[in-house]
Write a protein that binds this ligand. Structure first.
Ligand SMILES: [Zn+2]
Ligand SMILES: [Zn+2]
Length: 611
């Protein structure tokens, strides 16, 4: 198959050839700053900028801190940002993205981290802000590619989840270093201070980077839940302290920047779950994200409060329940949690099933339960199913399919359109503005979002008083250079995406994806025969096979195609045309008959054996 590898220009030949980085992203448009005041919601042109100038002492006039987002600026996924100062480099997050319909057959998408590998000798540490896949998922691949051990810094639960992931990849020698909010670590000339943020997974942190060139605040993923399940709020005091010290540049989560409201508290979901479970007659099945430990806690609490036991099913849900219980992030007594295998014979109203499948994944526990294919859990009329999640964009159809099959059985299905069984883990516009107002950064870089989110967040920053010329909307791979003299755009580095396809990492090109799409949409036809080139003769019958083409098994159609192809090959041979030309006429003969009779243009494979 044709392979088109447009590898990053500056990419050095690496010893480890397991990863070939393919640049598939569109060409970067010119970098844009936000300076169009018409795009702002409020007219702030008369407002005086009220940024606090960071303290200049302790600064090295020659130092430059480069901030390079390698992912996370074109989609919500594959977050990864490089911080580089003098001879030191720190990586903030190493996430992946799940593919959509544009990537048929692809398992995962990673950011192109060629730049990190090229500068691996400077890499002092990898900081992981929390345990979501869009922040941790590329880590096993990156560690396999790095030819030296680099310490990984994360909080306890995040490390627990990373450990499980590394085990699956058979990575044994990773250097995992636990950090706590409030702690400061030295990574060469860069110092990283961790602070608590509230998010849809416990133990999430943001990071305040201090360097001889200036200070950068990276918020991580956050919301401002005032009544969080674990009592840990986003650390306003720390933000105020950073603000006082001076924040030269702030990076912040844009996921919900287009949502004008405050994101509701996770506690709201607990109330809704309690109301639904208390009124349920039969089984209750709750599907959620396997990493949403707060949600799982609330499901457990609502079950126990209503006298029901909890059974967990779905591989990742079972695994994360074990990790979170072991590390003390999920509290339910051994008495109240039961094995899914023990459900047989138990009264349906005596338990709640907590499972994966909130995204409609066809092999997930919920899909198997809905399809009657689950080993131990069945569902019947009158049972209650709660989809305690929101479909990730692209998964809506799959979720609707599962919900419909549950409705056919007669289950009572609740999703967020019917009750508050899900709230987001990301801050809405009002929260983003509040944080911007506390931090008062000199410059602002919206991250973690698609173009629309980044643009909306940029406008929020402007509304809170950040000067328009100090707001940057970057593309992955572009960079910002911070120095005591100010801030400017730096050079771009190689960037793009790397596709993980089964065991192959980075070998699946755009051409392969295109062929896969064509196969799916148009089907395939193959021609096989043998010729004697010296005598210019066809010496075998022409065999044509067709798949995915209407009428492809119709004997009469196959015969007509075979005859047309056979005549075309004979004609070409008698004219002593080249082998390439003979293949070409065989293909055209097949396509012309098929087009005439079926209006189809499949992918054609021609196998002419020369004897
Ligand atoms: Zn997250
Ligand atoms: Zn995220």
């Amino acid at each position: 198959m044709a392979q088109e590898k447009t590898e990053s220009k500056n990419q050095k030949k690496r010893n480890n050839e397991t990863v070939k980085h393919v640049q598939l992203e569109r060409k970067r448009p010119k970098l844009s700053k936000v300076n169009d005041s018409k795009q702002s919601n409020n007219n702030n042109s008369k407002k005086k900028p009220r940024r606090r100038k960071p303290a200049q002492e302790k600064r090295d006039p020659k130092a430059v801190l480069r901030i390079i987002p390698l992912g996370g600026l074109d989609a919500i996924g594959k977050n990864m940002t490089v911080f580089e100062c003098k001879n030191d480099m720190v990586l903030d997050d190493a996430g992946l993205m799940f593919p959509d319909d544009d990537h048929p057959g692809i398992d995962l998408i990673l950011p192109d981290y060629t730049y990190v590998l090229e500068n691996a000798d400077k890499l002092r540490g990898i900081i992981i802000t929390h345990g979501h896949e869009d922040h941790t998922g590329a880590l096993p691949y990156l560690l396999k590619d790095l030819d030296r051990q680099v310490p990984i810094y994360a909080t306890k639960l995040t490390l627990g989840l990373i450990e499980g992931k590394l085990k699956e990849h058979k990575i044994k020698n990773a250097k995992l270093c636990e950090v706590k909010p409030g702690q400061v670590i030295d990574l060469g000339c860069i110092k990283a201070e961790f602070f608590s943020v509230n998010h849809s997974i416990p133990d999430a942190v943001g990071v305040f980077y201090r360097s001889p060139a200036g200070n950068v605040l990276h918020m991580g993923d956050f919301k401002l839940d005032q009544s969080p399940i674990d009592g840990i709020q986003t650390d306003f005091a720390a933000l105020a302290r950073f603000s006082k010290e001076g924040v030269d540049l702030m990076l912040s989560d844009s996921t919900n920047a287009t949502n004008p409201n405050f994101t509701p508290s996770e506690a709201e979901v607990g109330k809704a779950l309690d109301t639904i479970i208390s009124g349920a007659k039969g089984r209750v099945i709750v599907a959620s994200f396997a990493s949403h430990i707060h949600r799982m806690q609330q499901i457990c609490d609502a079950a126990v409060k209503n006298g029901r036991k909890v059974a967990v099913t779905g591989r990742s849900m079972v695994q994360n329940t074990d990790i979170a219980r072991r590390l003390g992030y999920l509290n339910i007594s051994d008495n109240d949690i039961i094995d899914a295998y023990d459900l047989k014979g138990m009264p349906p109203d005596s338990y709640v099933v907590m499972c994966t499948g909130s995204q409609g994944e066809p092999l997930s526990a919920l899909a198997r339960i809905a399809g009657g294919n689950h080993k131990t859990i069945s569902i019947e009329e009158g049972d209650t199913v709660i989809i305690s999640a929101t479909p990730v964009p692209g998964n809506e159809k799959a979720v609707t399919r599962v919900v419909n099959s549950l409705a056919k059985i007669g289950a009572d299905v609740y999703d967020k359109s019917r009750a508050r069984v899900h709230v987001s883990g990301h801050a809405g516009a009002e929260e983003l503005k509040l944080v911007l107002s506390i931090v008062r950064p000199q410059a602002f870089l919206p991250v973690h979002g698609e173009a629309t989110h980044l643009r909306a967040h940029a406008n929020l920053a402007k509304d809170t008083g950040v000067e328009a010329e100090n707001i940057y909307i970057l593309e992955n791979g572009e960079s910002i250079e911070l120095s005591p003299q100010g801030i400017k755009i730096g050079e771009a580095v190689p960037s793009g995406i790397v596709l993980v396809d089964g065991l192959s990492v980075g070998d699946t090109s755009e051409a392969v994806l295109h062929e896969r799409s064509s196969l799916g949409a148009q089907g395939v036809a193959s021609i096989a025969c043998a010729i004697d080139r010296s005598k210019h003769e066809l010496i075998s019958p022409v065999v044509v096979e067709m798949h995915g083409i209407p009428g492809g098994d119709d004997h009469e159609l196959v015969k007509a195609v075979q005859n047309a192809v056979s005549s075309a090959i004979k004609r070409s041979l008698s004219k002593q045309e080249s082998w390439k030309e003979t293949k070409k006429v065989a293909r055209s003969a097949l396509l012309s008959v098929l087009w005439e009779r079926t209006n189809q243009r499949p992918l054609v494979i021609v196998n002419i054996l020369e004897l």
